[in-house]
Design a protein around this ligand. Structure first.
Ligand code: FES
Length: 103
């Protein structure tokens, strides 16, 4: 395809915010929207905005394990994530993209 280009982010984090309104388990049951906001704030605080993108996603298919966060292109998955995990996930992202000495 003519318009193909490289991904502009070192890491793209997708936070499932699918909400089934209690009819079946979904990631929104575990406050995934708040998790997304907390992760965005952590990324901003660490100066990673521009190289790391945090997006919400629809169902990622492993609802029983949710709330789910997945990182691409690293292919790292965080199941059962909570808003309180945002700092740890952001720290892991920093390490994965080589922004910390231990990476
Ligand atoms: S509702 Fe989040 S993975 Fe299905």
């Amino acid at each position: 395809m003519e318009n193909e280009r490289r991904v502009p982010y070192a890491c793209h984090a997708f936070v499932c915010t699918n909400d089934r309104g209690g009819r079946r388990k979904s990631c929104a049951d575990g406050m995934s929207a708040a998790l997304r906001e907390a992760l965005k704030a952590e990324i901003e605080k660490r100066g990673l905005r521009g190289s790391v993108r945090v997006s919400h996603s629809g169902c990622l298919g492993l609802c029983a394990d949710g709330p789910n966060v997945v990182l691409y292109p690293q292919g790292v998955w965080f199941p059962a994530a909570a808003p309180g995990d945002a700092a740890a996930i952001a720290a892991r992202i920093e390490a994965l993209i080589g922004r910390t000495p231990e990476a």
